[in-house]
Design a protein around this ligand. Structure first.
Ligand code: NAG
Ligand code: NAG
Length: 418
């Protein structure tokens, strides 16, 4: 009897060692962690390199395959975008190397373990060849999951524009493709533009789903591309405030000097109704800017007259994605230069003193690649990208993380709290 209980106890303990892991003095909880990504295609699991997709009855002859022909090269799979809706978590894996089985994937939270949950192709394994490469997605209030397929295989030394970039959306309730439109070639500056289309933000009233606008950031050739769903039209805005700041170059992440000249990276929208602002910044910058979304929707001709320099967040505030929490008027930033999250209450002037570093973790927040807010919950995806690019991820350690925290817990007692 004692023995059985003992075994049970060990079983429970070993299963629960990682049940609740917190970071940032308990303000954020680790929801998922991966050493490396694996996939589940209709029940067929891929948890190590595989030359070919396995299908029932298929016969393969032994033959050496080049990397470009391989189905799954595990190390090359780095998650970049995350969105959370209902019980579904959407994870994107852009094709920046060979061996990525599926660029758009999901995890059903009801049936997923917390450590190394497998990714399933979205909406199904048959659809994987319809998308080339997706960086990040966006959820709107009309049950749509939006994304830009860059159409680009971005493998160093083997870059290939497989098809023109396109904007598309799935309905995440029916799992059907809602629409797909190729970007108008006139909004693309040169062959580098598609690789810069790494984030998008949707501006829509829940009562006018057909009138949505998408704001697509182009960090490679420094532009903002507007898509009007109502007009099925694209236009492009170029502006000096979309370009990286020379003085903000060369911050370090995990000891690597980041000399990327990434421009416009993220658009965060203020509350719906009335005048709606688009907050924006280049990644390599410490400044924040804003523009009335009415100007964006009107073709952008008045952009230079209407845009506002809001101020500077201070040194080492270089940030990727940011998101606005309407009820508190607080902007939250993925602060890549400090492995943390910073906040700014938009009711206050933007100066360093009004910006707070609310969580920091040199390992578990090492390069926050995506950040989003769902009701009062803030969640982030971390992927250690500079380590992948400049050195080598240790496959025996946890490398990719998803954490979440409550907005009001995160800002409590800081300058962002009202
Ligand atoms: C996956 O399962 C569905 C439903 O059972 C089936 O129709 C489809 O052919 C399967 N696809 C693959 C790639 O095995
Ligand atoms: C960044 O590094 C480059 C190359 O070393 C150098 O030329 C440049 O002056 C540096 N800029 C800043 C702001 O440190």
């Amino acid at each position: 009897m004692f023995k059985i209980n003992y075994v049970l106890l060990i079983f429970v303990l070993s299963n629960c060692v990682n049940c609740n892991v917190y970071i940032g003095n308990g303000k954020m909880k680790q929801l998922y962690a991966w050493k490396q990504l694996g996939y589940d295609f209709n029940g067929t699991k891929y948890i190590k390199d595989a030359d070919r997709i396995r299908s029932p009855g298929a016969i393969h002859f032994v033959q050496e395959l080049g990397d470009s022909e391989k189905f799954f090269i595990q190390y090359n799979n780095v998650p970049t975008g995350i969105k959370f809706v209902g019980d579904l978590l959407f994870l994107t894996v852009p094709r920046r190397r060979f061996g990525i089985p599926s660029t758009l994937n999901y995890i059903d939270r009801r049936h997923s373990k917390k450590l190394d949950p497998l990714l399933k192709p979205y909406p199904n394994p048959e659809a994987v060849s319809s998308l080339t490469s997706v960086y990040r997605t966006a959820i709107d209030s009309c049950a749509r999951l939006w994304m830009v397929d860059t159409g680009l295989l971005e493998v160093p030394g083997a870059r290939r524009q497989v098809k023109p970039p396109a904007i598309l959306a799935y309905n995440w309730l029916t799992h059907k493709l809602d629409f797909r439109y190729e970007l108008d070639p006139k909004v693309l500056v040169n062959e580098r533009t598609p690789g810069g289309l790494t984030s998008l933000t949707i501006d829509v009233e829940p009562t006018a789903c057909g009138e949505a606008h998408a704001y697509i950031t182009d960090l490679a050739t420094n532009g903002l591309i507007v898509f009007s769903l109502g007009a099925r039209a694209f236009w492009r805005i170029d502006h000096p405030s979309f370009v990286h700041g020379e003085k903000a170059l060369n911050f370090t992440v995990a000891g690597n000097v980041i000399s990327w000249k990434d421009g416009l990276f993220s658009i965060a929208l203020s509350d719906v109704g009335g005048k709606r602002l688009a907050y924006y910044h280049p990644m390599v910058s410490t400044h924040e800017y804003a523009i009335d979304t009415a100007v964006l929707k009107n073709g952008g001709a008045d952009f230079d007259k209407e845009y506002k320099v809001l101020g500077s967040r201070g040194p080492l505030s270089q940030s990727g994605i940011h998101s606005h929490h309407a009820a508190s008027s607080v902007l939250f930033y993925a602060n890549v230069a400090r492995d943390g999250i910073v906040c700014w209450n938009t009711k206050k002037p933007l100066v360093e003193e009004n910006v707070a570093l609310i969580v920091q973790d040199r390992e578990k927040l090492l390069y926050i690649t995506d950040l989003a807010i769902r009701q009062n919950e803030l969640y982030v995806l971390v992927n250690k990208m500079p380590v992948f690019v400049f050195s080598m991820l240790n496959k025996e350690e946890y490398n990719f993380f998803m954490h979440s925290g409550q907005v009001y817990d995160l800002i409590k007692g800081t300058v962002c709290d009202n």
